[in-house]
Design a protein around this ligand. Sequence first.
Ligand code: ADP
Ligand code: MG
Length: 349
Amino acid sequence: MKSAKSPLFLILATVIAAACLIYALRQRENMVEESRLAMGTIVQIKVPLRPGLDKKAADYAIDRAFDEIDRVEKVFSVYRQDSEISRINGLKLGEEMKITTETFSLIERSVEYTKKTSGAFDITVYPLVRLWQDARMSGRLPAVSEIKKALEKVGAANIILDKTKMTISFAKDGVAIDLGGVAKGYATDRAIKVLQEIGIRDAIVNSGGDIYCLGARSKFRPWRVGIRHPRKSSEVFMELDVMDEAVVTSGDYEKYFTLEGRRYSHIIDPRTGYPVGDYIISATVVSEDTVRADMLATALCVLGREGLKIVDSEKAMAAIVVKDGDKMKVEMAGNVRGSFRVYQKKLSQ
Ligand code: ADP
Ligand code: MG
């Protein structure tokens, strides 16, 4: 028997390694990718080149997809005075406003998920979001009375939608909506739709953790999405092979703030008025569209293990990372298929 270090073995190993390297470089060469700042995050779009699809055509499609993301941001950003959402939020009691079918549908869908998630996902959380944003800026925790006052405005039942007139009004003064928990998912779905309309069959759009995988990476491989370790940015603890599905991760990875020595999430429990505790570290949801995955991921950060039941009844699967003593562990739910690989069930801090 030849030893593993025989010249023949070494030659073979070198040839295989070189072939793999050439293949990987080819793959890279055949991929058009672009990243831009949008919606307060980095949005990356990748389109693999195929026979009949050259770089110029891919560049054109990617440009149109980014245009669509910009358009969506202009409509739904609460940070823009001129957005449709900001105008809605300016409504006084008794006033109603005619809105576009697009805005109507997204608000309607959000309200539907407030019911499905027992109030954990609720776009009327905005008065609380503002209160906690002020806390972050001033370095002073909100008073209990302020939380109580903001909570009075919260509740999807305060949104009145009239489908025949396509109008919105609020049941109380001071009600305001924030589509921050769903707009990135919506923009991602819209960007994919634009790419498809141009004739792109394979692409990936990643809006800061809200990912949709259209088609496949290559003829032989689906898209592979790696989920980062919540505390070690260079480590991936879970990988998924995905085709025509969304993968959304929400959590306290980056968007948190520290006040009086405590870590506060940007996700708020609309039932208590307080940011979600540090028990649920992150939630990853796989679903057929990014909007649904986005809403469910935010809801799971509020509900934790209890929310996994909702995932079971939806067309979705999920993995949440929860605290387990001084470690973290992964819990899964839904129709978990073989393409969902968790490398570490227990994670160290
Ligand atoms: P990320 O921005 O990290 O992707 P999410 O999709 O979970 O996170 O959205 C968080 C944003 O959604 C917050 O910044 C806030 O604007 C809004 N939000 C916070 N809590 C809730 C909630 N319980 N339901 C709906 N939206 C929320
Ligand atoms: Mg979300």
